[in-house]
Design a protein around this ligand. Structure first.
Ligand SMILES: *[C@@H]1O[C@H](CO)[C@@H](O)[C@H](O)[C@H]1NC(C)=O
Ligand SMILES: *[C@@H]1O[C@H](CO)[C@@H](O)[C@H](O)[C@H]1NC(C)=O
Ligand SMILES: *[C@@H]1O[C@H](CO)[C@@H](O)[C@H](O)[C@H]1NC(C)=O
Ligand SMILES: *[C@@H]1O[C@H](CO)[C@@H](O)[C@H](O)[C@H]1NC(C)=O
Ligand SMILES: *[C@@H]1O[C@H](CO)[C@@H](O)[C@H](O)[C@H]1NC(C)=O
Ligand SMILES: *[C@@H]1O[C@H](CO)[C@@H](O)[C@H](O)[C@H]1NC(C)=O
Length: 471
C-alpha cells in the first residue's frame, strides 16, 4: 500500500513545484528607473508608480533655470492621470540629465498633454527633442490634441548619462513636457541581429541594439488594449482593428490557460500574457486550405528603416506539429514554412517572436501578412499572429524625424526652422560630427549627477567654459 502513496506524494510535490514556479515570477526591477513629473511640486502616482517632481532639490547639483516656466491645469478632467495636470515649458534650449548606472538599452517615454493656460497659446508650442545626440522629434507640435501623447524611444546608453534636450523651433516658440520616463530595458528586449527583408533577399542585419529606435505602433492582435498597469514593462498595446485589412478568412481566438514562457524563448518582458493569450488565426475547417492571408497595414515613411517584431504563440492548435505558415513583410517572403512547434520547443502556448528589418518605401505603408504555406495542414490552424510592434530606426543623420542632425538643430537655434537646403545640411552635419568627436576627446570632463531640474544650455556652456556651436 505504501508504494502508490509515495508516488502520489511525489506527484503532488512536482505539481506544487510547478505551480510555485509559475507564480513566483518576480516582476522586472530595472536598475535605472527615473519617473519625473515635470512642473510639479508634489509628484504623482500613476498605476502604483511614483513620478517625482522635477523641482525636488535633492540629488541636484545644478541651480534652477530661471527661464523654464511651470504650468498647471486648474481644471483637470476627472480621471485624467495627475502627471498631465502640470507641465514645464521652455523658451530656450534646456535639458534634463540622467545619471545611468546600467549600460545598455533604455526606454525613454515622453508625455505631452496640452491644457488651458493663461500663460501660453499652445499654437506657439513647436520644438525639437534631442536624446543623447539623436534627433527624436523635430518641429513637433502637440497643440490642439485632446488626449495625452506618449512618445517612446529605445536608446543605447554606454556613457553613463542620458541627456534629453528640448529646443524651441523658433525664438517665438516654446517647448514643453508633462512627464518623462527613463528606464533600463530588460537585457533581452532588443536583440542585436534581425533579418533584413527586401524583394530580392533575406539577410542578416547586425548592430540593431545601438540604433536609436522609436516605437511607432504596438498592437495586441485579436485582443483588447493592454495598459501600462498590465504590462511587464509599462507599455501600451492597442487593438489591431484599425490596421487589419478587411478579410473574411481570419478568426479571433482567446486562451484562458497559462502562457508557458521558456528560457531562450520570448520572455514575459518581451511580451506579456495579455498579448500572447489572444490572437487571430486562419483556420481550415474542411479538406481544403483557405487561400487567404491575414494582412495588417501601418503608415510608414520612406527614407527610414523599420524594425518589425511579430509575436507568435500557438494557443489554438489541438496538438503540436500541425501549424505551418508563411510570413510576409511588404509582400516579400520573410519566413517560409514557419514551424511554430519547433520554434517553441514542441510546447503549445509557448511564445516566440521574430524580428525583421525593412525599408520604408514610397507606398507610405508597411504591410505585415501571415498566410498558409505549402506545408499547411487541412482541418487545422494554418496561420497565427498575437502581436506586432513596429519601430523606426534612426537615419544616417542620426535622426528619427527629418534630414538634419542634432548638432545642426543646436547650431541653428534661434535663427529659425532647421529643415532647408538638405544637401548643405548633410555636409554641415558631417563637419559637426567630426568637430564634436574632436571636442569630446579634448574635453573629458566629469559630468554632474542627474539634475532633477532642467538646465539651460547657455548657462551650462558658461559654466563649463565650453561654447557650443551657436554663437
Ligand atoms: C490655434 O490654432 C487653431 C487651428 O490651428 C485655431 O482654431 C485656434 O483659433 C488657434 N488659437 C489661437 C489662440 O490662436
Ligand atoms: C488588467 O488585465 C485584467 C485581465 O486581463 C483586466 O481585467 C483589467 O481590467 C486590466 N486592468 C487595467 C488597468 O488595464
Ligand atoms: C471549405 O469551407 C469553405 C468555407 O469554410 C468553403 O468556402 C469551401 O468551399 C469548402 N471547401 C470544400 C472542399 O468543401
Ligand atoms: C499572400 O501574400 C503574399 C505576399 O503578398 C502573396 O505572394 C500570396 O500570393 C498571398 N497569398 C494569397 C493566398 O493571397
Ligand atoms: C512552395 O511554395 C513556394 C512559394 O511559397 C513555391 O515556390 C514552391 O514551388 C512550393 N513548393 C511546392 C512543393 O509546392
Ligand atoms: C543611426 O545612427 C548611428 C549613429 O549616428 C549610425 O551609425 C547608424 O548608421 C544610423 N542608422 C542608420 C540605419 O542609418
Amino acid at each position: 500500500m505504501e508504494f502508490p502513496y509515495r508516488k502520489l506524494i511525489l506527484f503532488l510535490s512536482i505539481l506544487s513545484l510547478s505551480t510555485l514556479s509559475a507564480l513566483s515570477h518576480s516582476p522586472f526591477s530595472p536598475v535605472d528607473n527615473f519617473l519625473v513629473d515635470c512642473g510639479s511640486t508634489v509628484g504623482s502616482t500613476v498605476d502604483n508608480r511614483l513620478f517625482v517632481p522635477d523641482s525636488a532639490k535633492r540629488d541636484s547639483s545644478l541651480s534652477s533655470s530661471t527661464r523654464s516656466i511651470t504650468l498647471r491645469n486648474e481644471n483637470p478632467p476627472p480621471n485624467s492621470p495627475q502627471i498631465y495636470s502640470t507641465a514645464r515649458a521652455f523658451r530656450r534650449p534646456s535639458k534634463y540629465k540622467f545619471l545611468i548606472r546600467d549600460e545598455g538599452t533604455h526606454m525613454v517615454r515622453l508625455h505631452f498633454q496640452t491644457f488651458n493656460s493663461l500663460k501660453f497659446d499652445w499654437n506657439n508650442s513647436q520644438f525639437h527633442v534631442l536624446v543623447n545626440g539623436f534627433v527624436a522629434l523635430a518641429d513637433f507640435r502637440a497643440g490642439g490634441v485632446q488626449s495625452p501623447i506618449v512618445m517612446e524611444f529605445l536608446i543605447w546608453v554606454s556613457t553613463g548619462k542620458l541627456v534629453i534636450e528640448f529646443v524651441p523651433a523658433e525664438k517665438s516658440n516654446f517647448a514643453f513636457v508633462n512627464a518623462i520616463e527613463v528606464i533600463s530595458a530588460p537585457k533581452d528586449l532588443v536583440a542585436d541581429t534581425a533579418k533584413f527583408v527586401s524583394s530580392d533577399k533575406v539577410e542578416d542585419f547586425n548592430g540593431l541594439a545601438k540604433q536609436a529606435l522609436q516605437v511607432v505602433h504596438r498592437v495586441n492582435v485579436g485582443g483588447s488594449k493592454v495598459t501600462p498597469f498590465n504590462d511587464s514593462i509599462w507599455r501600451t498595446w492597442i487593438t489591431d482593428d484599425e490596421y487589419l485589412e478587411p478579410n473574411s478568412g481570419s478568426k479571433r481566438v482567446y486562451f484562458g490557460g497559462r502562457i508557458k514562457y521558456q528560457d531562450g524563448g520570448a520572455s514575459r518582458e518581451v511580451g506579456p500574457d495579455n498579448v500572447y493569450n489572444s490572437a487571430r488565426v486562419i483556420h481550415s475547417t474542411n479538406a481544403s486550405i483557405p487561400k487567404v492571408n491575414m494582412t495588417w497595414v501601418f503608415p510608414a515613411i520612406a527614407g527610414y528603416k523599420y524594425l518589425v517584431r511579430m509575436h507568435f504563440c500557438d494557443i489554438a492548435s489541438i496538438s503540436i506539429g500541425l501549424l505551418y505558415f508563411n510570413v510576409y513583410v511588404n509582400g516579400n517572403l520573410a519566413y517560409e514554412n514557419l514551424d511554430l512547434s519547433m520554434a517553441s520547443n514542441y510546447i503549445l502556448a509557448s511564445p516566440f517572436y521574430a524580428d525583421f528589418v525593412v525599408d520604408g518605401d514610397d507606398s507610405g505603408v508597411l504591410r505585415v501578412s501571415v498566410g498558409p504555406s505549402n506545408m499547411s495542414v487541412p482541418y487545422a490552424i494554418d496561420g497565427v499572429l498575437n502581436g506586432i510592434e513596429i519601430m523606426k530606426l534612426n537615419n544616417s543623420m542620426g535622426s528619427l524625424d527629418g534630414d538634419y542632425c542634432a548638432g545642426w538643430v543646436l547650431r541653428n537655434w534661434p535663427s529659425g526652422h532647421v529643415g532647408f537646403v538638405v544637401p548643405l545640411v548633410a555636409a554641415a552635419c558631417l563637419l559637426l560630427s567630426i568637430s564634436l568627436v574632436m571636442r569630446r576627446k579634448m574635453n573629458a570632463e566629469g559630468f554632474v549627477a542627474w539634475s532633477r531640474l532642467p538646465m539651460d544650455v547657455s548657462e551650462a556652456n558658461a559654466k563649463h567654459g565650453n561654447a557650443h556651436p551657436s554663437s
